[in-house]
Design a protein around this ligand. Sequence first.
Ligand code: PMP
Length: 452
Amino acid sequence: AHPVDVPVDPERGAAVKAADRAHVFHSWSAQAVIDPLAVAGARGSYFWDYEGNRYLDFSSQLVNTNIGHQHPKVVAAIQEQAGKLATFAPAFAIDVRSEAARLIAELTPGDLNKIFFTNGGAEAVENAVRMARLHTGRHKVLSTYRSYHGATAAAINLTGDPRRWASDTGSAGVVHFWGPFLYRSQFHASTEAEECERALRHLEELIAFEGPQTIAAIILETVPGTAGIMVPPPGYLAGVREICDRYGIVFILDEVMAGFGRTGKWFAADHWGVTPDLMTFAKGVNSGYVPLGGVAISERIAETFAHRPYPGGLTYSGHPLACASAIATISAMRDERIVENAAEIGERVLGPGLRELAARHECVGEVRGMGVFWALELVRDRSTREPLVPYNASGADAAPMARFAAACRQGGLWPFVNMNRTHVVPPCNVSEAEAKEGLAVLDAALSVVDGG
Ligand code: PMP
């Protein structure tokens, strides 16, 4: 049903849109070309435009609204905190900040017991890299080509995918390597075991030629997200952990997208029992209700800064409203078994449902994922695996994906589309009925692509 407090008012929608076009400068966009939807309101897994059209949010916005929109407990916690103490500088001990840090430390694996708060993912990556450099006294950082780590200076250089290109300084101590991805193997592997072994050998050789004593850190997304949701083969992360230990390299896992329930566990690293030295998080920590991210720090690295000041900080680090919303989000996730729901929906509904779509739609090259974190790789030709649109296509070249996205929206589903992939990333508390509703819309939209 349409929520009573979400307006249906096309005229107001037009005014909102006109003001946006006049004054808002949008990210990642050609300003004169984009046509943003004016949104009137949102609830749970759905949002509405001012025409009264409803969209099932299969993108979770930027894969961050893990508990859906307007969760009443989180909204109430923010309101209550605003009434008590709306803002306070990071140097002070305040109740919601200590409690959020305690809860996060308790959830993160191993001895990641200290939490440095940031306003989002990129800042978390910047600080993790700084900590690793200061801890080791080394400069280089290794990251994979198929990755995204954020849009600030170091984070965009570490990013491997084309979003890096325009801002890449080409050095800054960053070296890229290939992570495992069997479907488009760089190593001519034909099994997961082969891919794993060869990817680890590639990394070892790269380290040998870069000089282990020059490498501060290796940063990986535990399950690379925006670059394609590529679940690593068994043994890969443990292999990287072992390599890092052998050479005294800091192992950073970026869980900004994969963390806080997305994969059906609190952290993706939990699937493989791997503990990094530093773990970045953001997005799902409070479903994005107030900007928040952070770095979970191992005792060993925290020790480096026990008597030597950590040279970094942010005015809004551990903002009270953000911390209050994190506490409420984490407790709602526990009370409502939202992480368990993500695992179950993935295993019972989305996984089988997407594989069934792949069996019927010629344009689906591969289905991969876990929890509520799935990718459909769309191809022109299944046997050659030629992507449906060229790498980093835009404009007319990207038209087949644009047609797919338009068909989804027409069917009442808001998709996440990147290059030749659509990611199926609903909130972690998506219901079975909603997941099935989404699969039906995807089915129809894939028929549009099949038809050419
Ligand atoms: N790391 C990963 C893995 C991400 O997915 C993102 C955002 N998509 C970031 C870092 C950057 O986070 P933010 O946009 O909050 O700076």
